[in-house]
Ligand binder design. Sequence first.
Ligand SMILES: Nc1nc2c(ncn2[C@@H]2O[C@H](COP(=O)(O)OP(=O)(O)OP(=O)(O)O)[C@@H](O)[C@H]2O)c(=O)[nH]1
Length: 399
Amino acid sequence: MDFDVLILFIVLAVILLGTLGFFLVQGGKILPRDKREQYLSQRDPDDLPSGGVDTLEAPPEERPAADEPEFGDAAGGAQGTTVLEPTLETPEPVAGRLARLRARLVKSNNIFGRSLLALLSRDEIDEDVWEEIEEILLMADVGTEPALELVDRLRERVKVEGTQDTGQVKAMLTEELTALVDPSLDRRLTVTAEGRPAVIMVVGVNGVGKTTTIGKLARMLVAEDKDVLLGAADTFRAAAAEQLSTWGHRVGVPTVKSDVEGADPASVAYAAVDKGIELETDVVMIDTAGRLQNKADLMNELGKVKRVVEKKSPVDEVLLVLDATVGQNGLNQAKVFAEVVNVTGIVLTKLDGTARGGIVVAIQRQLGVPVKLIGLGEGPDDLAPFDAEEFVTALLEDR
Ligand SMILES: Nc1nc2c(ncn2[C@@H]2O[C@H](COP(=O)(O)OP(=O)(O)OP(=O)(O)O)[C@@H](O)[C@H]2O)c(=O)[nH]1
């Protein structure tokens, strides 16, 4: 009897344990969904199980925002800390830039040079040929008066010297064109001032390349060991200040900008000069908003920016940026800007995309102000100091 009770007891115990085991296994599966997610999210990524179900993805690597300086080689610090050094770009040296960019000038003005040289290679240079030469000069935007002048002088020399030799006539053309571009003009930028930063203001209509030019010029100055500070007084276009500070970041140049969109540009320009004086920089460059020369209120605003800055420091350079591809329209812009702010130099951009290189002559004539820099591409070092002889030789190169 006792034995039967014992058997019964064992059977009951087995059934009970089996039932308990079943519920325990099921319990793991019916954990409410939100509880499971909570559990998963509370785990660290490095708690990953060695294999199987609950794998967690590591968070994506963080990258610096687009306008933050990029970081390069990580230097290992004490106790596993990492010191990140900003990677600064090294701008190309200024000397020899025009020589590098010459090919672009030759390419874009290829038609000009080739057509002129083809005409001068004719067996006989008669009146028709001189007229055609004049037309080509006009098409290159040299301007009516200078074009007539050049043809007259060339015709006279060919007559007096009695030559039709292509090589000699080409040499004469080069000389006469160079004389028109005027190598005697002082094209140096004022980038030093006694006991204070040199102040450079950059002006022009919309989209001509002001901000880009400041970025490129900052690089040129950095390449010459100058301490530079940028002032984002283009408060009209929201992205302009960012664009400017990005250029600065790349070469370690600080930018003074306003946090308020549409802030008073004169105040920002003033603050930039103030900061430049405090930091004892060599140069402060001020970007201004693009404005059409026929908008009187905007032109007045530009005059005000300059006057306000002058309460703090003299303005050493006012660079007018002109887009070479717009041709003669640039002349109207130049005239009005020169009336409002005393323009001291021209930056002619986008010469890589036009055969209108002759505009250099027309602008200088009209304004009596030298072209100091030329832009020959969108690359960071595609800005070069202007040189009359190199420029003319490139225009007339026969390719
Ligand atoms: N091909 C070429 N493009 C250029 C040159 N200079 C500037 N650009 C381009 O022209 C465009 C306008 O340049 P920005 O510097 O933004 O012009 P901006 O005058 O500051 O413009 P706003 O602030 O709107 O008035 C950009 O796409 C530049 O890359 C150049 O020399 N050659």
